[in-house]
Design a protein around this ligand. Structure first.
Ligand SMILES: Cc1cc2nc3c(=O)[nH]c(=O)nc-3n(C[C@H](O)[C@H](O)[C@H](O)COP(=O)(O)OP(=O)(O)OC[C@H]3O[C@@H](n4cnc5c(N)ncnc54)[C@H](O)[C@@H]3O)c2cc1C
Length: 463
């Protein structure tokens, strides 16, 4: 049995920034971090060499290990509290923005690029905004610091070294299996390391298990009476076009954050995670679900830009399991693609036909996810989501002429599972004494900087 003052489950940005802020404030408390993946220097996605996903066991290197889903992420820090989660609703807009700015200063201290995209260019931004308004879309202002995939890796490596040198104990390849509960209080976590069971006892348990830990946390919440509400789920596609089409928006804004409510359903549809000169990538969940994502290297650029178009889905009665719903959509899409990601041209969707590989070979837009299977995403996409996406892409075409061209590629499934929202007060306390939930797994964040900021706030509470 290990004894600590604070045990942090998950070494993603939320968990890391909790420990960093405690150290920054001079805390002498014993901090133990439990991470089911590997140290950052050992994280390697074999696909970089093999070209195909080999479905790593026990866990996917892309999403597990030190720095969590951040290690291979594009490293785009969206510096506005309007983007990346609901933390402002929990702690107030001003505090959320101040903490985001503070977390950003820590990334800078560890070597992030000082340049910020999307600032200035006011006349150019005004023109884009005017076109968005005409198309019925809202352009959200959001300055972005782009670390880039390789640089993000280096920054997190320095942070890992700093934590270890400062005495934080990090147990890699170790999974938290359950909470230790006594009379409604949380006393730590049960852990498993290479098949051996152990436990870490601490006055404070911080669960920061990310999107990958959403299912686990949902079970924990239900079993131990941790108050939570079902959250939304986003179903969408990853769109890929040539850089020439996105040139203006890429140069002026780097990332265009557009929101619309297209007819006939008027659901919220938005762009997310735009990667100029980037690549489309695949992530695998432990339950074998393959989902699409995208990122961009800082120095090596492709001919294409990709971004996600996402539709939010909520349910009420009699069914209220958004995660299970999106999983079924993903499984069906994977089934049609023989376990892979499906890709289809936008024009083929409108023409009601599947896309064939030979048609992709003839296109200007060459898929950067080379093992994606040409096919028919409409055979698995719910009608409502598909109509939302089609009508949003048509509106986008007014902002970015050529966006809705025949050759535009749509990859599926692009799913964002936001964990059930854990009920917490503004000091990040759950209804269970000694238990705190942070970052993407808490349902309150969806991005690097907001999960990092939430970690900072947690660190200040636990110091
Ligand atoms: C490919 C990709 C690209 C992205 N690009 C961007 C981007 O450019 N900008 C942006 O803002 N966001 C991006 N994101 C999202 C961003 O990475 C996440 O929002 C962020 O990492 C969330 O931080 P977190 O600490 O809450 O969780 P995570 O980063 O997911 O970390 C959680 C950690 O907990 C560990 N864990 C889970 N369960 C257990 C358990 N039971 N026991 C022990 N350990 C456990 C996991 O291994 C993981 O390391 C991207 C995500 C992906 C996958």
């Amino acid at each position: 049995m290990i004894k600590a003052d604070v045990v942090i489950v998950g070494a993603g940005p939320a968990g890391i920034f909790t420990a960093l802020e405690m150290l920054n404030l001079g805390s002498k408390k014993k901090i133990v971090m439990i991470e089911k993946g590997m140290a950052i220097e050992n994280r390697r996605c074999p696909k970089a060499e093999t070209g195909v996903c080999v479905k790593c066991r026990p866990s996917c290197h892309i999403t597990t290990g030190f720095s969590g889903a951040g290690a291979f992420s594009d490293g785009k820090l969206s510096l506005s509290c309007e983007v990346g989660g609901d933390l402002p609703n929990l702690v107030g807009e001003r505090k959320a923005q101040e903490t985001i700015d503070y977390a950003d200063s820590i990334y800078l201290k560890f070597g992030a690029d000082t340049h910020i995209e999307g600032l200035g260019n006011t006349e150019a931004v005004r023109k884009i905004r005017a076109r968005a308004i005409k198309a019925g879309l809202r352009l959200v202002d959001c300055p972005i610091r782009h670390m880039g995939t390789e640089k993000a890796h280096e920054i997190y490596l320095s942070i890992q070294k700093h934590l270890l040198d400062s005495g934080v104990e990090i147990l890699f390849n170790t999974e938290a299996s359950d909470l230790i509960m006594d009379n409604g209080r949380c006393l730590g976590v049960h852990i498993e390391h290479k098949g051996k069971a152990d436990e870490v006892r601490a006055a404070h348990t911080v669960v920061a298990t990310g999107r990958r830990g959403a299912d686990w946390l949902e079970r924990i919440c239900s079993e131990h009476g941790v108050e939570h509400q079902p959250s939304t789920v986003d179903i969408g596609v990853r769109v890929e076009v040539r850089n020439e089409i996105m040139e203006e928006v890429n140069e002026v804004l780097y990332e265009s954050k557009l929101i619309g409510y297209p007819a006939p359903f008027k659901n919220k549809v938005r762009t997310f995670c735009q990667n100029p000169g980037g690549v489309v990538s695949q992530e695998n969940y432990d339950n074998d679900l393959a989902v699409v994502n995208g990122h961009a290297y800082k120095d090596s650029k492709s001919d294409n830009t990709n971004l996600a178009i996402l539709c939010s889905h909520n349910f009420s009665v009699p069914f209220n399991q958004p995660i299970a719903y999106a999983q079924k959509v993903g499984e069906l899409t994977n089934m049609l693609a023989n376990g892979h990601i499906l890709v289809q041209r936008f024009g083929d969707i409108l023409d009601g036909k599947r896309t064939w590989q030979k048609e992709l070979d003839q296109s200007n837009v060459k898929p950067t996810l080379r093992d994606a299977i040409a096919g028919d995403i409409t055979a698995a996409m719910p009608y409502r989501s598909m109509m939302n996406i089609i009508n949003f892409i048509k509106a986008m075409d007014e902002v970015v002429p050529g966006f809705a061209s025949y050759e535009t590629l749509l990859y599926s499934p692009e799913l964002k599972f936001y964990s059930n929202k854990v009920s917490m007060d503004d000091r990040l306390r759950t209804n269970v004494e000694g238990l705190h939930c942070l970052g993407d797994s808490s349902g309150w964040t969806r991005g690097l900087i907001m999960s990092s900021a939430m970690g900072v706030l947690m660190g200040r509470e636990l110091v």
